[in-house]
Write a protein that binds this ligand. Structure first.
Ligand SMILES: Cc1cc2nc3c(=O)[nH]c(=O)nc-3n(C[C@H](O)[C@H](O)[C@H](O)COP(=O)(O)OP(=O)(O)OC[C@H]3O[C@@H](n4cnc5c(N)ncnc54)[C@H](O)[C@@H]3O)c2cc1C
Length: 426
């Protein structure tokens, strides 16, 4: 997402861009997942989207359930839900005019004479970078697939600026900061969706246009409504999306079982949709039956597309390298825990700040201050509230406070003093 945010914004401001994406197909696979659209994600679409398609479904209430499925707390709190695939297709429409059913109700964006030139190269895996003083030389391998064989061809490209938006396992960060490691936090998130009409009346009562939570020992579940196929927000055609955190200690047999896919391969971070093995999935569903409210256990029973991600931590010490010619943004700069609901927003925010700096509207120092303080503060907050939820047994009131703290708007946040330390040396 960060690479597309950068591509769309820079194009609009007249910069020529090339996106290198390692995925061997032109379009990324639907991640089948909801995203909470934070303020900066919505601001990005407000500034740069030319399709006119609404990006978010609002939810007005937060509910908390007990283990029996009764509502134990309720509060008014507007939040905007979107889906990964809707954001992705809107960004591709805006960047390289990709048409899709997601645009229904919107339009293919017009091309403006002031737009920069664009190029989207897929099957292009970045492998190295070199500082050439006036530019950065980026090496990548180009993967070609045809019916009979697959080939890899080395290639290079020169860039005035390289924006590293290559995610939490960033290759570019690993080249620049090899000591920075992405570490496992001791728990996983199990995710999936269920079509709205398949939800029982008890499930629909708490999930439809609601943001519904449960906290139990070593476990947290949140379930809410997101846009359905091709981004439709029509009632009855949407999806119920669940996000279920559960502890699987490092080295445990359960973790090994969960992360070994149906082909017997031990995956490090993610079991994608369609790849979870039947045995582990039965284990997960049984855990749901024993420990979740019935409406949430029902989601695990009914989903046809579950997937699993290990929760991890990572943050780089700085975001500018090679005389400011390399910029880390989004998850490559700091991979937040999802409780922050700020990862997509971080990528959008970093890009909006970057463009302001490149256009001379803010100084370099201000760019560093804004982006680094946000990265440090949110990364730290994610670790804190995630650990409290998974490894401490607190009164639900404390979890509600944590969540409300995570929902504070970026503009209203007061960062701790330590987040500003050493920024002048960057
Ligand atoms: C299923 C799912 C649900 C999510 N839910 C939420 C949510 O509710 N709220 C939220 O804020 N965020 C959520 N996120 C996270 C959010 O999508 C990311 O934080 C956001 O997209 C910004 O990430 P990024 O662009 O920095 O990295 P990524 O999205 O990880 O993108 C990195 C890209 O770089 C490519 N790449 C990696 N290495 C190389 C290389 N060497 N060469 C070329 N290309 C490379 C990858 O293929 C990928 O396309 C979710 C993510 C997923 C996958």
């Amino acid at each position: 997402m960060g690479g597309l945010f950068a591509g769309v914004a820079l194009k609009t401001h007249g910069y020529n861009t090339t996106i290198l994406e390692r995925t061997p197909e032109n379009l990324l696979h639907n991640q089948g997942a909801g995203i909470v659209a934070g303020g900066d994600t919505l601001e990005f679409f407000k500034r740069y989207d030319r399709t006119g398609k609404p990006v978010a479904v609002p939810s007005f209430k937060r509910l908390y359930l007990n283990r029996k499925g009764d509502v134990i707390h309720e509060e008014i709190n507007r939040q905007n839900m979107t889906s990964w695939d809707l954001c992705y297709y809107l960004l591709r429409a805006n960047y390289d005019q990709i048409d899709s059913p997601y645009l229904e109700g919107g339009k293919l964006p017009e091309i403006r004479p002031t737009d920069g030139q664009i190029k989207y190269i897929y099957g292009a895996t970045v492998t190295g970078i070199e500082d050439k003083d006036s530019h950065v030389l980026v090496s990548y391998t180009r993967n070609h697939h045809d019916d009979n064989n697959a080939t890899e061809e080395p290639s290079t490209i020169q860039a005035d600026i390289l924006i590293a938006a290559d995610g939490p396992s960033s290759t570019i960060r690993a080249i620049l900061e090899p000591q920075v490691q992405r570490t496992y936090a001791g728990y996983c998130v199990i995710r999936g969706t269920v079509p709205e009409p398949e939800g029982s009346p008890a499930a629909l009562a708490v999930f439809r246009e609601r943001f519904c939570f449960f906290h139990g020992p070593q476990m947290q579940n949140l379930t809410y409504t997101i846009a359905g196929e091709h981004g439709t927000t029509e009632p009855g055609k949407r999806l119920l999306n669940f996000v279920w955190y559960a502890n699987f200690p490092e080295g445990s047999l359960e973790l090994e079982k969960l992360m070994t896919d149906k082909e017997g391969r031990r995956r490090r971070i993610t079991i994608p949709p369609g790849m979870i093995a039947p045995g582990p999935w039965e284990m997960v569903k049984e855990m749901g039956q024993q420990r979740l409210p019935p409406q949430m256990a029902e989601m695990a029973e009914k989903t046809r597309s579950p997937f699993v991600q290990c929760i991890t931590d990572v943050i780089a010490p700085k975001n500018l390298y090679m005389g400011d010619k390399v910029v880390l943004i989004g998850d490559s700069l700091a991979g937040f825990r999802p409780h922050t609901v700020a990862s997509t927003s971080q990528a959008a925010f970093d890009v909006m700040c970057l463009v302001e700096w490149l256009d001379g509207k803010v100084e370099r120092r201000e760019f560093v201050r804004r982006t680094m303080q946000f990265a440090r503060a949110m990364q730290d907050m994610g670790v804190r509230i995630g650990n409290r939820s998974q490894f401490e047994e607190l009164d639900v009131g404390e979890y509600i406070e944590d969540r409300n703290f995570a929902s504070i708007k970026r503009e209203e946040r007061v960062y701790p003093a330590w987040t500003a330390e050493g920024l002048d040396e960057i």
